[in-house]
Design a binder for this molecule. Sequence first.
Ligand SMILES: Cc1cc2nc3c(=O)[nH]c(=O)nc-3n(C[C@H](O)[C@H](O)[C@H](O)COP(=O)(O)OP(=O)(O)OC[C@H]3O[C@@H](n4cnc5c(N)ncnc54)[C@H](O)[C@@H]3O)c2cc1C
Length: 603
Amino acid sequence: MPDYQAPLRDLRFVMNEVLDYPGHYARLPGGEEATPDIVAAILEEGGRFAREVLLPLNQSGDQEGCRLEGGEVKTPRGFKDAYARYVEGGWPGLSAAVEHGGQGLPVSLGLALSEMICSSNLAWGMYPGLSHGAADALRHHGTESQKTTYLSKLVEGVWTGTMCLTEPHCGTDLGLIKTRAVPEGDDAYRITGTKIFISAGEHDLAENIVHLVLAKLPDAPEGSRGISLFVVPKFLPDADGNPGERNGVTCGSLEHKMGIHGNATCVMNFDDAKGYLVGPPHKGLACMFTMMNEARIGVGIQGLGLMEASYQNSLAYARDRLQMRALSGAKATDKPADPIIVHPDVRRMLLTQKSLAEGGRMLVMYTGQLVDLAGHATDAAERERAETLLGLLTPIVKAFLTELGFEATNEGLQVFGGHGFIQEWGMEQFVRDARITRLYEGTTGIQALDLLGRKVLMSQGETLKVFTKEIHKFCQANADNEVLKPFVEPLATLNAEWGELTLAVGMKAMNDREEVGAASVDYLLYSGYVTLAYLWARAVATAERALAEGTEDAAFYRAKRATADFYYQRLLPRTRAHAAMIRAGGESLMALDAEDFDLGFRL
Ligand SMILES: Cc1cc2nc3c(=O)[nH]c(=O)nc-3n(C[C@H](O)[C@H](O)[C@H](O)COP(=O)(O)OP(=O)(O)OC[C@H]3O[C@@H](n4cnc5c(N)ncnc54)[C@H](O)[C@@H]3O)c2cc1C
């Protein structure tokens, strides 16, 4: 069975040393409670919960899966008990507002905890995972009465939330949805339609499930401008706010799928279900975006969590497994062969995972600070800057960390050789579980369009400039530092090229809009590699400072430098290929007629 240890030392490095979280929390309105001691205690306790409670259920949950019995979903053995312990421990409300029964700690702290949950049991983590976003959508857009009815229950964790967008004929293009909402006279609506692929749509962990549903009113304009958001509970709350009458929403079937078997992916039938409008009519997509943006960061963290789990287990195997001798001569002379960690190619696979997981952790925690500031900074300019950067980085967190998460888990499996393909080691589960993260919450293609089209080009590059300026300042401030030169020089070059590539695509797009779609995924991956390069350069600067000042933990800081060297020398050159593909434009993509794609096998 795979093992997992929460990366507490690395989290301390990222939070306390690279990103100055103690200073960030001290300045953040409402962040004062998150003192270094409290943060350390919470992360330690969270790590223990992940390892002791969730990890033992990961493989069994995958093998057992969920069952639909008489309309009720039974989650795998142990899931319900683990959820009860999660609620008992007060985890669901960690970063929710005190006024709604939460602990009022910063959202960023919840993100660090989230990584541990994703590493130890991704499928389980998706039950509570959407409640936070559902609560947030209601907090921002709900009526006072909706807040009173639902928020404290969601925050406490006794009820869970879902997001119901997808229908059989539409996932990306929500303008096509058919689910209807008919006003009932009072403030209620009757919702009818079928939603598919609804994560945690039905389960036995909580006493009620609160569905946030996109539907169209009778007078809705065509397309995505005609979508409204509704809250539709499984049980209608009674006068005391407890689960009352059963609502007309049921699970029709469970999907049989490639991974995350422990999570119920449901077809949900809304049959004249009672629902209540959240936010203004026809503005549902904008309201749902509150939930979707948070969920997108959450899915990026899923990619990160799986990279870390895969890395830890493949490292243990690589130290243990004996095969062949090192090319330079035997290393473990007392053994019949050397452990495979001596072989350069195995090291390549390990360091790919390590540098992406540690880099990804910095990216998530950097983004966490932006989430905190966008929500709570008192200074309007600071809030606006954080919102801008958050908008830019959200598609990168989502798509880059899941694309690379899938690569990393595949490399982790590869370290095991044929044994990686065998179920009992658990490595193939990481790969299967990682595969969905590139798809849901908007595929990589859609995130890339959001980044390049909406965030960068629609702002005439201004959004990007906010970030590239920050990188430029870092490069300037460290330009004379000889030790940092191997990082700062290539980073400065790439940072400038990022702007040039943007301009080149923007110019082409003025004549042909397809150029945006042709460049977008390569542009997103390019952006991801440069963003991680910036954070790795900051990590090296921090590590070198610690080494220069003298430290008892020199091995840790030297390992940081070595991992950064690997990232810069072995992964960052991928930007050359992405830049070339961005510059190549869309001609070769669009040349072939759609009718001619099958010429090789047409009968
Ligand atoms: C296990 C699982 C759990 C899920 N959980 C939920 C959930 O809880 N709630 C929910 O509402 N949904 C959920 N989904 C649905 C998920 O978000 C969608 O599957 C996803 O957004 C893609 O939609 P689609 O499957 O309809 O693919 P399509 O939209 O049909 O896309 C097919 C392909 O075309 C590409 N494409 C489409 N349009 C464009 C375009 N304009 N430009 C470029 N490329 C394009 C896509 O990138 C994709 O590669 C879940 C799905 C799965 C499998």
